[in-house]
Design a protein around this ligand. Structure first.
Ligand code: F6P
Length: 359
């Protein structure tokens, strides 16, 4: 190996810059040259967006949020949106990416991303690009790794918000419903809800019963606690009900413009007569610098990705398998989402603390 590239894809997560720095420095230590591909694969479509990464370009970025490379949610080269006189046409320009990769004499790619990016990586591996993946998602729902970087930071942000909501909830004797991220898994809701001492936590893994949720609120009311804190993962759904999701792609189904949090808040008011307020923490959970824990995992992942390449392994993803970071086949990392096991210790802890989980 003489020259490698790094890219970041999908939603950003605190710790991306730490991975970039560690991978760059580890590669330079081995005498390799490093290039950063800006905005996912854009730097291999328009090579002006392919930038050299040096000791200088990665200086002082470990603690910074976002990614110095930029990221991309759209721009999958296999279905690339190209503007034509008839409108946008999705076109397969993956051959162009491979061509530019070869033209730049790149030997391998470190791809930092979530399940979408890893699926894309697999397609490029089939086309001959050697890739090592680095798992990234604040949602913590990638298989094979006990945690991803960004998750701890997101949980800290959410816990901080829940702490702050307590005083205003109590002052006004209201039910505060806070919606946190987690489309397919309730890791953020569960961790921040338990740490922030919520009264109810709703997650995609347990379809919730609004009667049970309202009963919990009223039970507190009877005990003289005239306020409650409800944490809802964005992917949580009511029991037996139709899937409550947002977005035009769910045409034909009930669309919740205000989000699941607002729906839960309205239903609690309707059932208990209590005044409620809801808020969506949204992208606040992805912003800012990484916690120390996330910085460390990110740095370890970056260094491990280079080590893995040096050992001649490709088509793998580095994972945290305490106490080590090792690699697993990429395919096994993306065959399913990692959801919260219902018998996991944190779930049992929540129940032991009397937190209602919607059931
Ligand atoms: O995948 C992480 C995530 O934070 C999800 O929980 C959330 O639905 C999504 O990203 C939102 O991403 P964006 O607004 O960038 O499309």
């Amino acid at each position: 190996i003489k020259r490698i590239a790094i890219n970041t894809g999908g939603g950003d997560a605190p710790g991306l810059n730490a991975v970039i720095r560690a991978a760059t420095l580890a590669a330079i230590e081995r005498g390799w040259e490093v290039y950063g591909i800006r905005h996912g694969y854009r730097g291999l479509i328009d090579t002006k967006e392919l930038i050299p990464l040096t000791r200088d370009t990665v200086r002082g970025i470990t603690h910074l949020g976002g990614t110095i490379l930029g990221t991309a949610n759209k721009g999958n080269p296999f279905e690339y949106p190209i503007q034509t006189p008839e409108g946008v046409r999705l076109t397969d320009i993956s051959d162009k990416v491979v061509e530019n990769f070869r033209a730049k004499q790149l030997d391998a790619l470190i791809c930092i991303g979530g399940d979408g990016s890893m699926r894309l990586a697999q397609k490029f591996i089939k086309k001959g690009i050697p890739i090592v993946g680095v798992p990234k998602t604040i949602d913590n729902d990638l298989s094979g790794t006990v945690t991803t970087f960004g998750f701890d930071t997101a949980v800290s942000t959410a816990t901080d918000a829940i702490d702050k909501l307590h005083s205003t909830a109590e002052a006004h004797e209201r039910v505060m419903v806070v919606e946190v991220m987690g489309r397919y898994a309730g890791w953020i809701a569960l961790a921040s809800g338990v740490a922030g001492t919520a009264d109810v936590i709703l997650m995609p893994e347990i379809p919730f019963d609004l009667e049970k949720v309202s009963e919990k609120v009223m039970q507190r009311e009877r005990a003289g606690r005239h306020f409650s804190i409800v944490v809802v993962a964005e992917g949580a759904t009511p029991k037996g009900g139709q899937l409550m999701v947002r977005g035009p792609k769910e045409a034909g189904r009930e669309v919740l413009l205000g989000g699941i949090g607002q729906y839960v808040a309205e239903e609690i008011t309707r059932r208990t007569g209590k005044e409620t307020r809801s808020l969506v923490l949204g992208h606040l959970q992805r912003g800012g610098g990484p916690t120390t824990f996330d910085r460390l995992i990110a740095l370890r992942f970056g260094a491990a990705a280079v080590r893995t390449l040096a050992e001649g392994q490709v088509d793998v993803m580095v994972v945290l398998d305490p106490p080590t970071v090792r690699s697993i086949p990429l395919a096994s990392a993306i065959e399913r989402m990692r959801t919260v096991p219902l018998d996991s210790d944190t779930v049992l802890t929540a129940r032991a603390l009397g937190i209602n989980l919607g059931d």
